[in-house]
Design a protein around this ligand. Sequence first.
Ligand code: 13P
Length: 301
Amino acid sequence: MSYVGTEMIVNNARKARVVVPGFNIPYLPMMEPVVRALRDCGSFGLIMVARLEWEKFESKSLRAIRDEYEKVKDPNHTRLHLDHVPVIDEDNLRVDYGAIIKEALDLGYESVMVDGSRLPLAENIECTAGVVALAKPYGVPVEAELGAVLGHEAGPLPPYEELFASKKGFTSPDEAKKFVAETHTNWLSVAIGNIHGAISAAGKQKEKPRARIDLEHLALLERATGIPLVLHGGTGIEPEYIHGAIKRGIAKINVATAIRQPYERTLSQGITAAQQAVYETMVDLIRNELRIVDSARVLNH
Ligand code: 13P
């Protein structure tokens, strides 16, 4: 039996104004309850790993994640995605991003992200276009990022209200238009008030600041790009903003902190208890925040 590719699934989401969530897996045992919750709710989602999750957490490697995925996957409900491979990472170090993405493509990852957002526009365009060319023979869609979705860096964030009011780091519609035309990226991660949950040892168990979304700015980006847009930093955004964003072109949303924190907090009671905490959080997110019960039926054809 052949299954619909991830590119089509995310296009279907954009048309139907439904969202495809991606769930980050910083600890391998988190994957099974994430897949189970998606299946039990009739939903569709991406299982994802970002480079920082094998460098700074315990997902081990691209291969370890792929092997775990092969054990627990359900193609009616899941695909495997490579999240953030930065060109310059959160510690300001240059990354051999091309080698990592090539390895993921060879291992069978079904969509990939290159994050050149810390580069000047022309260099981000050049790196992203290179990854689009690399992924093309595999038939795998590429996600890129333009603008500054802050939060993964060490040290405190600027005050959130200041950031939101000044639109500092927001993706520029004019730049986004040029970026999409010149890179042919399939999906674009945008900065519109969203922030990532902290990952530093000091910050990773703290409650994430509640973020809002500038829906008017997002509408400009949708018009300028015409491709599926991605909302990173999906934890802790009020559902009214999430659903306003889905109506204005967000077709994929990334969620990490919301499922990582319950896992880490419960782990002292054993892996089974921690997996149960992830499962319960997932079901709540699917039903009440993302509202994607039964979405697999709409997306997977
Ligand atoms: P959160 O940790 O805020 O959910 O962000 C996840 C994310 O965007 C990963 O790419």
